[in-house]
Design a protein around this ligand. Structure first.
Ligand code: HEC
Length: 142
């Protein structure tokens, strides 16, 4: 996939998260796809994880303390409907998965990060799940 295709996919997935316009009939949507702090962070994480996935798959050495992501629950979101009660606990749990990978960068710990992405997205916003599923690494059963 080239970069443009990727961006187009992102926009499509993103729009599928933002389908709550019915609740605010008085708002005119000028830019249907604004970028929030949170969305920016999500894109950055997706890019970085993709690169690390390639390295893990080719058995390259992974440096410790590779991921320095901002706390998800401290980011401003595109739409206040994303501010649900599960965000903070799941963001903290995601943070532990990141710390864990940073100290011990193995494929198993990488997949734990991706599982955390999935859990939150199942509750928050299912659009990006297709992108997230692609980030998982199938571990060989040895
Ligand atoms: C704690 C909950 C949570 C976790 C964990 C989480 N996300 Fe998200 N993600 C969200 C929310 C909420 C949005 C919508 C943000 C917005 O539009 O302001 C989002 C948006 C996205 C988007 C769409 C961004 C865009 O372009 O609009 C992608 C892609 C994404 N997440 C990927 C990931 C990946 C990959 C991970 C794991 C590394 C992850 N997410 C972990 C809650 C989460």
């Amino acid at each position: 996939m080239n970069n443009n295709t990727f961006l187009i996919c992102l926009s499509i997935f993103f729009l599928s998260c933002n389908n709550n316009s019915k609740s605010k009939p008085s708002q005119v949507v000028i830019d249907p796809n604004p970028t929030s702090e949170m969305a920016d962070l999500m894109r950055k994480m997706t890019q970085e994880l993709k690169q690390v996935k390639l390295k893990l798959e080719s058995n390259e050495n992974i440096d410790k303390n590779l991921f320095q992501f901002a706390l998800i629950h401290k980011q401003h979101v595109t739409d206040s409907s994303f501010n649900k009660p599960h965000i903070k606990p799941m963001s903290l749990s995601f943070g532990y998965a990141i710390d864990n990978f940073n100290t011990d960068p193995t494929t198993t710990n990488y997949n734990i990060i991706i599982n955390n992405c999935k859990s939150c997205h199942q509750l928050s916003c299912q659009g990006p799940l297709m992108i997230i599923n692609k980030l998982s690494i199938t571990e060989n059963q040895l």
